[in-house]
Write a protein that binds this ligand. Structure first.
Ligand SMILES: C[S@@+](CC[C@H](N)C(=O)[O-])C[C@H]1O[C@@H](n2cnc3c(N)ncnc32)[C@H](O)[C@@H]1O
Length: 239
């Protein structure tokens, strides 16, 4: 715009929300995106002070999404008839409910450190009559050696990183690696074991313990699928 366009400039300033003029002929959407990425333009303003110096918030989830759950039960794990599954850090219980509805696992155990989440899971399990195959234990996984030793499938979705300090994480991973030893059992992790263990003071050799099973992340051809999230899911077979 030209500074001589007094009225037009004034009208933009009088818009109910902070507004900038961006000429659509001179700047197409891709160009605007690149300006935003370079920090030269913003699509957002601060609702408190009006500043355009904003950045997108990061989102994290402490639960799997429905899409990730379906991917795990339909495309990652084999038929679970007669098998025992343990979700380490079961939180809202969704891995257990998913396992109840999407698999034939004979028993689904959740182990959760936080008592409030255990109560919540108990309520849901009762309400939906999942009691015959789901059991929740209010415990530190580091007290559940025999459960881990007997499990056929163990799910670990970012269990320790946000909840334990580094020394506790290292201790918990040592415990897992000592007790998840049943030959042929399956371990599903987010993120990969390499990522989880990097930076921790642990003495865990992966190659004699597990073998990674490659996954096909292309099972959902729809464009709006969060492929990056799926790629964080890793499957290992215990040797
Ligand atoms: C990221 S959430 C995973 C939730 C769920 N498994 C899922 O995939 O949707 C991790 C959970 O692990 C629990 N947790 C952390 N350390 C634990 C431990 N040592 N023993 C049992 N649960 C633990 C936390 O309280 C938290 O609820």
């Amino acid at each position: 715009m030209l500074s001589s366009e007094h009225l037009a400039l004034q009208k933009i300033q009088q818009q109910p929300e902070p507004t900038v003029h961006v000429d659509a002929f001179l700047y197409d959407e891709d160009f605007i995106d690149s300006l935003c990425e370079e920090g030269k333009l913003s699509r957002y303003y601060c609702m408190v002070c009006g500043s355009h110096q904003t950045a997108p918030l990061g989102f994290i989830s402490h639960s799997f999404s429905l899409m990730e759950l379906k991917f795990i039960y339909h495309h990652v794990l084999p038929d679970l008839s007669g098998k025992v599954l343990v979700d380490v850090g079961s939180r809202l219980g969704i891995v257990l409910y998913g396992g109840y509805l999407y698999s034939s696992a004979s028993q689904l155990y959740g182990v959760e450190l936080n008592g409030d989440f255990c109560q919540l899971q108990e309520m849901v399990i009762k309400k939906y009559q999942f009691t015959d195959r789901i059991k929740v234990l209010h415990a530190d996984i580091c007290t559940q050696g025999s459960l881990l030793q007997n499990a056929d499938v163990i799910i670990m979705n970012n269990v320790f990183e946000y909840f334990l300090n580094e020394a506790e994480q290292a201790r918990a991973w040592e415990y897992i690696s000592h007790n998840v030893r049943k030959q042929g059992s399956l371990l599903v992790t987010v993120p990969s074991l390499e990522d989880s263990l990097s930076g921790l003071q642990v003495n865990i050799q992966l190659s004699p313990w597990v073998e990674e099973v490659p996954l096909n992340y292309d099972v959902y051809p729809e464009k709006d699928i969060d492929r990056e999230a799926l790629e964080q899911i890793h499957l290992y077979k215990i040797l």
